[in-house]
Design a protein around this ligand. Sequence first.
Ligand SMILES: NC(=O)c1ccc[n+]([C@@H]2O[C@H](COP(=O)([O-])OP(=O)(O)OC[C@H]3O[C@@H](n4cnc5c(N)ncnc54)[C@H](OP(=O)(O)O)[C@@H]3O)[C@@H](O)[C@H]2O)c1
Length: 252
Amino acid sequence: MKLGITGKVAIVTAASGGLGSAIAHGLAAEGVRVVVFSRSQAALEALASDIEKEHGVRSLAVVGDMCVAADLKRLVELTQAEFGGVDILVLNTGRPPLPSRDAMDENDDARWDQAYQTQLWGAVQVTRAVVPLLVARRWGRVVNIGSASVKQPMPKHVLSTVFRAGVSGLMKHLANEVAQHGVTVNTVCPASIQTSSLASSYNLNERLKSIPVGRLGRPEELAALVAFLASDLAGFINGTNLQIDGGMVGAL
Ligand SMILES: NC(=O)c1ccc[n+]([C@@H]2O[C@H](COP(=O)([O-])OP(=O)(O)OC[C@H]3O[C@@H](n4cnc5c(N)ncnc54)[C@H](OP(=O)(O)O)[C@@H]3O)[C@@H](O)[C@H]2O)c1
């Protein structure tokens, strides 16, 4: 299958580890030039260097915080200076405050505010900063990394459920608004994809019992879905929330 995105330019936020770095590699493997953005300079620079060595495409590391408007302004300026624009935005975020398994009455104001900032406000800020560049090119793809919690709220995950539902709402609004400019917007809804932070947050033996395929997901499986949604072939997929969870979500 030819995805038709060789030579395109992608920004991947929250990219220094876990799912973000797997997605950056997955896009680069398709010939996409990748701008990776998050707060840890050493990890980001190592990622950009690995991408260039492994996939033979240019990769730019931009250090910054998704919740800081000035950092996003610099992300856009450096991307434009290096690549002249951007075609693909992968909107990944950090996790909600850890430990993430607290019940309603265990979340104080500080945790609610932290979850709001990292999950929802950061996504709004990135969207406002980057999407106008996609619209300007009259072709673009936005792929938001959400969570299965928007399909099936999970016990003790209120901080994820509330704000990720907000981001899915934002993406649906955006999908309606920018499709006329050739830009599609979709959310992927993962659960149980194996990253180091997943292993530290859950009893994995318990988690496996809820997954019909009987194993955890691999980051490269999520990356492949993102690359497809970012491709030319996916131009009629718009405004969806697509599960990638081994069948965990119980709804039709
Ligand atoms: N793994 C799963 O099965 C699963 C399921 C549902 C949802 N998710 C969600 O998918 C996302 C990625 O998951 P993961 O397992 O890859 O998480 P992870 O390993 O904890 O990685 C999170 C990334 O977010 C970056 N980050 C955090 N806060 C940031 C900020 N304010 N600005 C910029 N970058 C920031 C971190 O880099 P720096 O520290 O360098 O900034 C890191 O690269 C998370 O939101 C997670 O909740 C994952």
